[in-house]
Design a binder for this molecule. Structure first.
Ligand code: HEM
Length: 241
């Protein structure tokens, strides 16, 4: 049975099921999920406790589907050992990239969450030089390679969204998760239009005009994919009053 939590409120313009994508042997599945809660603190035990209470609070209206404990790894690296998040917009540019600035949901945002499992052995069998070509940043000190030297299949070439030569940013709060046997990255991306992230995903998975998909996808497998709407704080305040 479909249950709308806010049946009398307008639907956010771009809220729809995550768009499944396939190209050759690459797949971005679309998986169910209505409510996403991200609990962040410096203490995993408190995160667990908060999550336990939040889950029981939602019990009357929702079943838990997945609880992933992410963590900070070394100096903000993902588990393929590269620093992740460096090119995120900062300060006012961050707000401009993420926060919806038009009615009816000024202050809201869109969120895409995907769980990726690393193909660690395959990744580890590459030389550092090759890995750096996949990301097009240096591994040790996280320096971006010059644009004219980047490989056309590099992750930071294929994921970057440009319109008329101008870059359209998103905010990524990726979190590593898992253990030595199975692990990967939770891609957690926010933007003021879902379209920015959808365009990025399409560019990554499809070969495009130049015939190259994002090489990073040869070393990770997407297991889930869900699009959410993040309501503005004012909306949540109103609901709770
Ligand atoms: C396994 C999943 C992923 C991993 C391990 C990963 C890792 C990285 C790393 C290491 C960087 C370079 C450092 C940085 O600027 O943050 C990066 C950049 C970036 N990634 Fe990802 N990423 C993943 C998935 C995605 C997905 C699904 C998207 C888009 C929907 C995406 C979009 C971006 C963007 C836009 C950049 C910045 C490009 C630039 O302006 O240089 N990433 N990612």
């Amino acid at each position: 049975m479909d249950l709308a939590l806010f049946p009398n409120e307008p639907m956010p313009n771009e809220l729809h099921p995550f768009i499944e994508l396939r190209s050759a042997d690459r797949h971005f599945p679309s998986t169910p999920g209505d409510i996403f809660v991200m609990v962040k603190s410096m203490r995993m035990d408190l995160n667990y406790q908060a999550s336990k209470y939040i889950l029981s609070m939602f019990k009357p209206i929702a079943n838990g589907i997945q609880d992933i404990q992410g963590y900070k790894y070394l100096d903000d690296r993902d588990l393929i050992d590269f620093v992740d998040g460096t090119e995120n917009p900062k300060n006012i540019e961050r707000a401009k990239a993420v926060i919806i600035d038009s009615e009816p949901y000024i202050g809201g945002s869109y969120l895409i969450v995907q769980q990726y499992i690393d193909k660690q052995e395959k990744w580890d069998s590459l030389t550092t030089e090759y890995q750096e070509g996949v990301i097009e940043r240096t591994k040790m000190d996280d320096i971006e390679i010059a644009d004219d030297k980047k490989k056309p299949y590099a992750h930071n070439v294929k994921s970057k969204v440009e319109i008329d030569g101008g870059e359209i940013k998103m905010l990524r709060q990726n979190r590593p998760f898992g253990n030595a046997m199975e692990h990967g990255t939770m891609f957690i991306g926010f933007a003021k239009t879902a379209n920015v992230m959808e365009t990025s995903l399409k560019q990554m998975i499809e070969p495009g005009e130049k015939g190259h998909h994002d090489k990073l996808l040869d070393f990770v497998t997407a297991k889930t994919g869900t699009l959410y709407f993040v309501p503005p704080q004012s909306f949540l305040d109103e609901m709770s009053s």
